[in-house]
Design a protein around this ligand. Structure first.
Ligand code: ZN
Length: 147
């Protein structure tokens, strides 16, 4: 049993993409954000999302969950979102642009374009700048289906 556990741990360490597939997603209507990632003793990390906000923003919610996966896969230290340096937020957006669903990326693009993004502009960039950055990443990775 211990050998199996060690093997599984090695497997998780060697395949970050697989590890991300095991990150549970937990709805929490009281979460004061669209989605956040938290350290978890068993799963490594859990992604918590606000199902009420997600219902309002539709497909864009998938982009935010992919963004949080990006933080996990890229091995970013799991901190409160406001504590992430701007460069890591851009990296998580890039990861989500490369690996997310095109329709969710497009929905997030329009959300940003219309000013819907974190109020913490110093970290995430001005919403319109974040929209344009997302568009350029998506074009680069072949996931862009918008104008
Ligand atoms: Zn982030």
């Amino acid at each position: 049993m211990k050998i199996l556990k060690t093997y599984l741990l090695l497997l998780l360490l060697l395949t970050p993409a697989m590890a991300s597939a095991q990150v549970p997603e937990i709805p929490d209507p009281n979460l004061n954000d669209i989605a956040m990632v938290f350290p978890h003793p068993d799963h490594g990390a859990v992604i918590v999302y606000n199902p009420t906000i997600c219902q309002q923003i539709g497909a864009a919610c998938g982009f935010f969950r992919a963004h949080e996966y990006g933080h996990v896969v890229l091995g970013h230290t799991l901190l409160h979102p406001s504590a992430y340096p701007a460069v890591r937020e851009a990296q998580a957006d890039e990861w989500a642009a490369a690996n997310g669903r095109p329709n969710e990326i497009l929905a997030a693009y329009y959300l940003f374009l219309n000013g819907g993004s974190s109020e913490n502009w110093q970290v995430y960039g001005h919403p319109q700048q974040r929209a344009e950055r997302l568009r350029l990443f998506a074009i680069q990775y072949g996931t862009w289906i918008g104008p």
